[in-house]
Design a protein around this ligand. Structure first.
Ligand SMILES: Cc1cc2nc3c(=O)[nH]c(=O)nc-3n(C[C@H](O)[C@H](O)[C@H](O)COP(=O)(O)OP(=O)(O)OC[C@H]3O[C@@H](n4cnc5c(N)ncnc54)[C@H](O)[C@@H]3O)c2cc1C
Length: 438
């Protein structure tokens, strides 16, 4: 009997995960259909993302062009919530990218290499045949439904995980996200009105070319970051807060509070918002004929909610695994497990590590975080380590340095140490993730 399936792979969702997977698959010569529910790719996803420098080469995707790269600040500071203490962060290992423009750059290349992109079509649910996903049911903007068949389906639909959450219970992959594991973020680039600008209006500590990350602006897990650029006349603002700190409304309010202090701020030039999953990675993001990548598999770094690098790195691992599965004509969970184990042992271990740190920070008071920054328990080295997504160094010299700086805040230092040890244990557990599916 011949296999009459329409495609080798259907990818649902054209965010960083879906675009990177399509690009990598196109290079492998498979027949690929990419479905995006928005009428145009990356519509409403126009925020700037700060991405680890090395992730483009690791994921085998093109480096952003001049058009999609965003300006870097000249100086970068970490501040306490009262802004009284500022620590300069040097050698910030990030590239800033215009998310939607970059996604379109990658998609254009994937389409030119032969994948089919269909926008305005939503993936609704997987189609099952004998305990295996064999395609998906989709719907266009008029509500017309269509069934499309493929050997493998990839869920890259972001936090809602439209397909993964509709798989059978006994596959143990349909877990939904708990509300306490979600953070809302909003990033806006606003114009600076030259006609309203004067020296007196620029209130300290904001300065030209400087980015200030104020930690704990709305409770322990929250961030407020402001980058003022008077040469190109913009202010770039990022805010993030957990729903229990007011959720989505808080983000808009947080931005209002910042721009109230900057009366020279004009219209929004570029910006958007959305929810981000912050928790340990999904432990079983594959089933028979289905694979889940990016936010849909909780692959963001929980301490700061960055998910771009994880999504594209996961897509690269998944692409290699899918190409192999197509070669050997095996699409079951066992055949797709290489993706799970390779991700869990590498990037997944780091995500699990930072989830332990995140849960420890969640339990702290804002004043504790401020004290840790003031005492140097959290400083340049910890910030750069967290942004590079590496485990904290634990050499005797490092620990001695922390004790000398933080002995006056001994209980905090102990909590910091315990969180570090627990995080390392979790990391080691993931490093031994089962190589083969039992
Ligand atoms: C304001 C904000 C700022 C952020 N800043 C950073 C940052 O600085 N650095 C960083 O690394 N990360 C950042 N993130 C997180 C990052 O954007 C996400 O982790 C990343 O986009 C996840 O990629 P993804 O492809 O898994 O999912 P998404 O980007 O969510 O893409 C999912 C895609 O699937 C489509 N879709 C959804 N449902 C369906 C369906 N049923 N059928 C078809 N298509 C569907 C969506 O329209 C979307 O295009 C930020 C997030 C926000 C909201």
């Amino acid at each position: 009997m011949t296999d009459q399936r329409d495609f080798d792979l259907i990818i649902a969702g054209a965010g960083p995960a879906g675009a990177a997977l399509a690009y990598r698959m196109a290079a492998g010569g498979a027949s690929v259909l990419l479905l995006e529910k928005q009428e145009a790719p990356a519509r409403d996803r126009n925020w700037v993302v700060d991405v680890e420098e090395g992730c483009f080469s690791r994921a085998n995707i093109p480096f952003p062009t001049k058009d999609s790269l965003w300006k870097k600040p000249r100086e970068h500071f970490l501040a306490t919530s009262d802004m009284q203490t500022m620590i300069e962060i040097e050698r910030v290992p990030l590239v800033s990218v215009k998310n939607d423009l970059y996604i379109r750059e990658v998609l254009n290349r994937a389409v030119n290499a032969g994948i089919t992109l269909m926008c305005g079509r939503e993936a609704c649910s997987p189609i099952l045949n004998r305990d295996c996903v064999v395609g998906l049911e989709s719907r266009d903007s008029s509500g017309a439904k269509e069934k499309i068949y493929a050997r493998i389906v990839a869920d890259c639909t972001g936090i809602n995980a439209a397909l993964r959450t509709r798989t059978p219970d006994h596959w143990r992959m349909n877990e939904s996200i708990e509300p306490e594991d979600i953070v809302f973020a909003r990033r806006e680039v606003r114009s600076v009105r030259k006609d309203l600008l004067s020296e007196e209006m620029i209130c300290k500590p904001y300065r030209d070319g400087v980015r200030i990350d104020r930690s704990g602006a709305r409770g322990p897990y929250s961030i407020e970051s402001v980058f003022l650029d008077l040469k190109d006349l913009f202010v770039d603002i990022l805010v993030g807060a957990k729903p229990d700190a007011g959720g989505k409304r808080t983000c808009a309010e947080m931005i209002d509070t910042i721009i109230d202090k900057m009366p020279f701020t004009g219209e929004v030039l570029y910006g958007g918002e959305g929810p981000i999953p912050i928790r340990s990675p999904h432990n079983c993001p594959v089933g028979n004929g289905i694979i889940s990548i990016g936010d849909s598999a909780f692959q963001t770094v929980p301490i700061h909610g960055s998910g771009f690098a994880s999504a594209v790195i996961a897509a690269e691992i998944a692409a290699r695994n899918i190409i192999h599965a197509l070669e050997i004509k095996r699409y079951d969970r066992k055949a797709l497990w290489t993706y799970v184990s390779e991700f869990a042992r590498g990037r997944g271990a780091l995500i699990a590590y930072y989830d332990v740190i995140r849960r420890s920070v969640d339990k702290m008071r804002l004043s504790d975080i401020d004290r840790m920054i003031r005492a140097g328990i959290i400083g340049q080295r910890e910030t750069v380590t967290g942004l590079s997504v590496r485990p904290f160094p634990v050499s005797p010299v490092y620990l001695a340095g922390k004790i000398i700086r933080g002995y006056r805040h001994f209980p905090l230092l102990v909590r910091f140490g315990i969180a570090g040890v627990r995080a390392k244990m979790e990391y080691e557990k993931y490093r031994k993730y089962p190589k083969y599916y039992e």
